[in-house]
Structure formats: structure tokens, C-alpha cells
Design a protein around this ligand. Structure first.
Ligand SMILES: Nc1ncnc2c1ncn2[C@@H]1O[C@H](COP(=O)(O)OP(=O)(O)OP(=O)(O)O)[C@@H](O)[C@H]1O
Length: 344
């Protein structure tokens, strides 16, 4: 691979950037991130059905086992959400997937090869949790630099950056941008090389709600064109909106690997909520003594697998109620319950 640090004058700026926490793993400099594709790598073919495959992947930092014996596959065109508590091992896992952290044991294949190989990296876009972009360059300058080192750029880098809605600050030095603006630049740059796989570690942290929504919609456009995405986030709404599959990490281990729909089906009950001044006993008499009821002062929530039957029973009993709502469980509800099971 071409040694960028010696061949490009702009790289002097990039290499002078400050790396922060966990610099060897999660906070690479921009050059390490965006420019390892190398011009000698050549285009990777589109012929992979399995875009990522890990076998017994583990990472130890001294006595700490950050990732323990993790095996999974990611198929082409899927969006995989990586979830878990703080310290569960998500960032370490994705850092190994993109070749920034070497595993202690086990293997990882990305786009049919070692993620550290130029051939794999040439179709890989990465947004780590902490990325130190050089403060004295603009997004345009960085975009130009990144585009020059990826063989498969089909659109002009300016068009790619604009498509992410950052045109208003593409000419401003990164050091003068707000935290959210910097994050948006970092995400946009990951798409400049026309990647087949994008790995995003908490991409929307620090973004205002409007920018977050805009980013989700833009990502969905990319996914609809067949891009594969792996994303970590603590915003469960984001994972629910974007992902079709989840990997749930706990203490370094992979404890769930399933589609979002099958994960949500773990909790088969739905909820009937309403306001009423009747007593809990009256509600029990209407819908059965065994019913699971959470009662507030004048509010009730009935949990049931057959919410239609609950509503029919309430009406049939002639109870006076207002604001009746029937709601399913959110990803957050199911996740919380799964974590409580894990703790038990
Ligand atoms: N470079 C490092 N040196 C030592 N320990 C590390 C290093 N990187 C991560 N760890 C440890 O590995 C464990 C997993 O950390 P990791 O950052 O992967 O978790 P995470 O799930 O991404 O957490 P968060 O949601 O807070 O970002 C933690 O106990 C962390 O302290």
C-alpha cells in the first residue's frame, strides 16, 4: 500500500491531528481512517452475499475481556444494529471489524478478506465513535483527499457531501464547526469512497433532532440502493428505524443475534391503556382476575396477548373510560426486559 504519510503533503495536516481517548482503537486520525484503501487495492467485486463474517472473535485489554468469542455473519444489503450497555464491547467489536483493532483471537472477514487489507478497505466506509478530523482543513479539502484514495468513487466528492446536507459549512475550517457539524462531516466523508459496507459507531450522537432525522432518511436512501450498514447507537428509536437485524452485546458476549421483528415478538403482549375513575376491582371483574393490570390514580394499563378481547370486555362491562389506546412494545421495552433477564 502506498505510504500516504510521505507521498501527500496534505497528509502532514492529517497526521498532526490530535487523537484522543483509546487512540489505538477508537480514535484514529483521519488519515488512518479514510485513506487506508490505497490506490493499489483495486475495486472489490460486488459478488459477496456474506459481507462480514466473524468466528470466535475476542479482544482482551490486559485483564479486561472487551469482546468474548463472538461469531456472526452479516448478509449483503442488511442493516445491523449493535446494541448493549456502556462498556458492553460494541466499539471494540466494530473497531475489529474495520481493522483498526487487531483481535486477540478468532477471525474476521470483511468483503471476503482481512479488514486490514487494502482490497477490503477500498469498499469500506467507517465512522468511529471519536474521530479527530484536522481542524485546519475544510470538509471540501478532506473530501478531495479521501476521494483521491478510493478507486470506486462514482460521484464527485462535492456532490456526496452536499447530499448529506452539509453544503453550508463545507468551506469552513473543521476547527470552527460545532460538535454536531463535525459529526455530520465525519459521517458524510465515510460515503465519499462509494463503499459497499459502512460501519458507523454512534453516528448521530450530538446531533439535533432535525439533523438526526435527516441523516436517518439519507441513510435509508443508501440502504435502498443495496448498501450494507453496521451501526451502533444508544438511540433505540434510531436502531428500530434503520435496522432489520440486531446484535445485542452484554459484557463482551453476543447474547442476541436476530431480526428486529423476531426480537420484538419475544414480547407477545400488547398494552391497552385508558383513563377511568373506576376501581381496579371493577376492571378486574370486567376482564378477568388473572389479567395483568398496572393502575395509576385514574389511569390503567392492561397487558395482554389479546388486546381486542380486553377492549371488548371493557365495553361489554359498560365501564366508563376515556383516551383508550392500544400499543405494542417498543424495542426499548423488549430490550430492557431482556437485560433484566440477563441480570437475574
Ligand atoms: N484501549 C483500551 N484499553 C483498555 N480497555 C479498553 C480499551 N478499549 C476498551 N476498553 C474496555 O473494554 C470494554 C468495552 O469497551 P467498549 O468501548 O468496546 O464498550 P462500548 O459497548 O462501546 O461502550 P459505550 O456504549 O460506552 O461506547 C470496557 O470495559 C472498556 O473499558
Amino acid at each position: 500500500m502506498e505510504d500516504l504519510s510521505t507521498t501527500r503533503s496534505t497528509n502532514a495536516y492529517l497526521l498532526s491531528t490530535e487523537s484522543t481517548r483509546h487512540c489505538s482503537t477508537h480514535s484514529p486520525s483521519a488519515s488512518a481512517l479514510y485513506c487506508q484503501a490505497g490506490r493499489t487495492g483495486g475495486a472489490v467485486t460486488h459478488g459477496y452475499d456474506t459481507v462480514v463474517e466473524t468466528q470466535g472473535l475476542s479482544k482482551k485489554f490486559g485483564d479486561v475481556t472487551a469482546v468474548s468469542d463472538v461469531s456472526f455473519e452479516v448478509t449483503r444489503g442488511s442493516v445491523v444494529g449493535v446494541l448493549g450497555r456502556n462498556g458492553a464491547g460494541k466499539s471494540t467489536l466494530v473497531s475489529m471489524l474495520v481493522g483498526l483493532t487487531p483481535p486477540s483471537s478468532g477471525s474476521v472477514q470483511v468483503l471476503g478478506g482481512d479488514p486490514r487489507a487494502a482490497r477490503s478497505r477500498s469498499r469500506l466506509g467507517v465512522v468511529p465513535q471519536d474521530v479527530a478530523l484536522p481542524g485546519n482543513l475544510t470538509a471540501y479539502e478532506l473530501g478531495s483527499f479521501v476521494a483521491a484514495h478510493f478507486p470506486s468513487t462514482t460521484q464527485h466528492y462535492r456532490q456526496v457531501l452536499h447530499s448529506w446536507g452539509i453544503e453550508d459549512f463545507c468551506s469552513t475550517r473543521i476547527g470552527r464547526l460545532s460538535g454536531g457539524q463535525k459529526r455530520r462531516v465525519a459521517v458524510s466523508l465515510a460515503f465519499v469512497g462509494n463503499p459497499l459496507l459502512v460501519v458507523l459507531d454512534e453516528p448521530t450522537t450530538g446531533l439535533d433532532p432535525e439533523s438526526r432525522r435527516a441523516m436517518w432518511n439519507r441513510m435509508r436512501e443508501e440502504v435502498s440502493k443495496g448498501m450494507t450498514v453496521i451501526i451502533t447507537s444508544h438511540y433505540l428509536e434510531e436502531i428500530e428505524y434503520l435496522s432489520d437485524h440486531i446484535l445485542l452485546m452484554e459484557a463482551g458476549m453476543l447474547i442476541e443475534n436476530r431480526s428486529i421483528s423476531s426480537f420484538l415478538e419475544l414480547k407477545r403482549q400488547a398494552r391497552v391503556s385508558f383513563n377511568s375513575s373506576v376501581s381496579v376491582d371493577q376492571v378486574h371483574r370486567a376482564i378477568g382476575q388473572q389479567a395483568e393490570i398496572v393502575a395509576g390514580r385514574h389511569s390503567f394499563e392492561v397487558r395482554s396477548q389479546d388486546t381486542d378481547a380486553v377492549v371488548r370486555a371493557l365495553v361489554h362491562a359498560g365501564l366508563d373510560f376515556q383516551d383508550l389506546r392500544v400499543t405494542g412494545w417498543s424495542l426499548e421495552d423488549v430490550l430492557m426486559e431482556r437485560m433484566e433477564e440477563q441480570d437475574a
